[in-house]
Design a protein around this ligand. Structure first.
Ligand code: NAP
Length: 310
């Protein structure tokens, strides 16, 4: 019998299926368990579900089993094919989802993938919210994520208790189905363009002979200061590329953002250029490193290392 921890702040205990216990899903599921929800845990690699279940909850053998009793099912998987796999394949959520249940997909996927899955769930009498997140594994573990929500406003209101004050510090309703997915792509393309600016600036500084650490401090003392620089700058300058957000997943997001931009005929020259930097990093074997390791692409070409000296 798995150990159950003391319930803390969430308003009502719910029966929840949680599918996808990777870097992010693990922390989210653990937060739900800590806050007193009954959670059925599925992960393709079962050992990860067993590890989370040591805190509470029970392990499900399939997505269908995780969804069978659930009033709410979270999905937190890599990409659109993974979402289709856990929803539509044999033993997927669609096999057992209850009429009236709400599927909350927090994966970063395309708006088209969201619409496809929502349609299939609707045919079973269930609803879906696209609810991608910002924040990383630490925020998932501490219930401090930011959510961007697409879907029916009434459905969102009916599960609000699971967002602010439980898994998240904020949950913004963006608009109808798919709008959360669009907002997430906009979020990620924006931070990548910003980070590329910092990377280029620090690489030039290093090549010119300025201590990159000193240059970073100067930038952060002026109008260039930004949250993403605060988050990634110190670890880059210490050469620590431990994955908070693996480069391969950000590469996927930039591709989805470019696809969305092409479909809507929006020119995105900076995004197109940065996608090339990500492709170079992938080709150089950096897929599993944090996405901030794209600076190595510039460093290789410039023949310098961006490291704090003092
Ligand atoms: P991750 O650690 O790579 O976990 C991916 C999860 O998806 C794992 O549970 C994996 O199962 C599962 N999965 C992959 N392919 C599958 C398939 N075909 N069938 C079933 N399950 C499959 O990724 P993560 O960092 O948790 O990210 C999850 C999602 O959140 C992604 O869409 C990512 O873009 C987004 N996101 C991540 C961050 C971040 O900082 N990491 C922040 C915001 C949003 P296995 O364990 O068996 O591989």
């Amino acid at each position: 019998m798995a150990k159950m921890t003391k319930r803390t702040e969430c308003f009502m205990a719910r029966t929840i299926g949680f599918i996808g216990l990777g870097l992010m899903g693990r922390g989210m599921a653990r937060t739900l368990i800590r806050k007193g929800h009954r959670v059925s845990l599925y992960n393709r690699t079962r050992a990860k579900a067993e590890e989370v279940a040591s805190l509470g909850g029970k392990v499900a053998a399939t997505p269908a089993e995780a969804a069978r009793e659930a009033e709410v099912v979270f999905t937190m998987v890599s990409d659109p094919p993974a979402l289709f796999e856990v929803v539509e394949s044999k033993d997927g959520i669609l096999d057992t989802i209850r009429p009236g249940a709400v599927v909350i997909d927090s994966s970063t996927v395309s708006p088209q993938a969201t619409l496809r899955v929502a349609e299939r769930l609707k045919a079973k009498g269930a609803s879906m919210l696209d609810a991608p997140v910002f924040g990383s594994k630490n925020e998932a573990e501490s219930g401090q994520l930011g959510f961007m929500i697409g879907g029916d406003r009434k459905v969102f209101d009916s599960v609000q208790d699971l967002f602010e004050g439980c898994l998240g510090k904020s949950a913004r309703y963006i608009g109808p189905q798919g709008m959360g997915a669009y907002a997430k792509l906009v979020f990620n393309l924006t931070i990548c363009i910003m980070l590329q600016g910092l990377n280029e600036g620090l690489t030039l500084a290093a090549k010119a002979g300025i201590d990159p650490g000193l240059m970073y401090d100067v930038l952060m003392g002026g109008r260039a200061k930004a949250g993403i620089f605060e988050f990634k700058g110190p670890s880059v300058l210490q050469r620590d590329f431990t994955p908070f957000f693996p480069l391969k997943l950000m590469n996927k997001d930039l591709k989805l953002a470019l696809d969305a931009a092409h479909a809507l005929a929006v020119p995105m020259p900076a995004l197109a250029a940065i996608k090339e930097v990500f492709s170079s990093a992938m080709a150089a074997g950096q897929a599993e490193e944090d996405f901030s390791s794209t600076i190595k692409v510039l460093e290789r070409q410039a023949g310098v290392e961006v490291k704090r000296r003092s």
